[in-house]
Design a protein around this ligand. Structure first.
Ligand code: PEP
Ligand code: MN
Length: 336
């Protein structure tokens, strides 16, 4: 458990006061070294939302570093961001999920980092927004060519964990530290404590957690940020006597059988959830079809359509047909 990395801080740097208040409050809760995070260039989905403080936010982060002695991290999405962040003395840089989906953008950032490998500190790469382990691995390789240490951050897709993708990357590169980002993985502060249990279960290397001095007033991701006070209740540091910020690549680990079983079970849980979500979505469409049929005076069971689907599923074998029969029966019930 030693050599874990913890990164805490708000989604966005919003003002000097918010940044300093949050950093001070986290410091008061943390007896172990941590990195303070805040995004200053925010890759927001919609244009009329808070886009970040820009270069001014870097000054607030530099103040955290210089007055509180806490190393700081921010997200970079372009080579210009790298230059500005390096100039401001930002220690750690991470590449976000949207940028991670674009290899040309990641390569441009890697080129900029390679030209400015001055601080020797790790660069972090989140998984891409789409569940593509090869793309994530490729990004790790692009960044490794800079000579800087690289860490992976599993932040999931669409506010869900993506254990299968993380397991693939972990298996291919056990030497690359992997942090958990339970905040973006769930989009929900209430789910953060439960998700953090996966660090021990899966043998992960720490976490990046969004922490805001006043989450309800946050200008971005307000539903998922926890308060500095609640850090204490997470039992993150229990038994940790020598938490260090790891700048170096870790030794390749052979995952114990137990850890491997935990990864596979996490994948099964994820697939079960996807199954139920798909069935629920299917029932929803089925109910809408039921309303249409009612309005057009058509009975729920249409033998021709039924036969058409049976023909299609028959190829998949007896098990598939049995499952489909159960789903179809429930569907008809929903249309009554
Ligand atoms: C963030 O860390 O605030 C962020 C934008 O994350 P992601 O790239 O995972 O969405
Ligand atoms: Mn965020």
């Amino acid at each position: 458990m030693a050599n874990q990395t913890y990164i805490f801080g708000p989604c966005s740097a919003e003002s000097r006061e918010q940044v300093m208040d949050t950093a001070r409050a986290i410091k008061a809760q943390c007896s172990v070294p941590f990195i303070f995070r805040a995004g200053v260039w925010k890759p927001r989905t919609r244009p009329d939302t808070y886009q970040g403080a820009g270069d001014e936010g870097l000054e607030w982060l530099a103040e955290v570093k210089n007055t509180l002695g806490i190393p700081v991290a921010t997200e970079v999405a372009t080579p210009e961001h790298v230059t500005a962040a390096r100039k401001a003395g930002i220690d750690y840089l991470w590449i976000g999920a949207r940028t991670s989906a674009n290899p040309i953008a990641v390569q441009a950032i890697a080129d900029a980092l390679g030209a400015q490998t001055d601080n020797g500190k790790a660069v972090l790469i989140k998984n891409p927004v789409n569940a593509d382990p090869a793309l994530w691995l490729g990004n790790i390789e692009r960044l490794e060519k800079t000579g800087l240490p690289v860490m992976a951050v599993h932040r999931g897709c669409n506010h869900q964990p993506c254990w299968s993708m993380a397991h693939d990357v972990r298996t291919a590169r056990p030497d690359v530290p992997m942090l958990l980002d339970p905040s973006h993985m769930s989009g929900d502060a209430a789910q953060v404590p439960e998700l953090l249990k996966k660090i021990a279960e899966l043998g992960l290397d720490g976490a990046m957690i969004e922490v805001h001095c006043c989450p309800e007033k946050a200008l971005s991701d307000n539903a998922q940020q926890i308060t500095p006070d609640s850090l204490n209740g997470l039992n993150l540091f229990e038994g940790l006597t020598s938490l260090t910020i790891s700048n170096n690549l870790k030794q390749p680990q052979t995952t114990s059988n137990n850890t491997e079983l935990s990864w596979l079970r996490a994948e099964i849980d994820e697939l079960d959830k996807a199954l139920w979500d798909t069935i629920a979505a299917r029932m929803d469409v089925s109910r809408r079809i039921g309303e249409w049929k009612k309005a057009h005076h058509i009975t729920p069971l249409q033998p021709e359509r039924y036969q058409q689907i049976v023909e299609r599923i028959k190829d998949k074998g007896d098990f598939a047909l049995r499952i489909w029969e159960i789903i179809h029966k429930e569907s008809l019930k929903q249309q009554e």
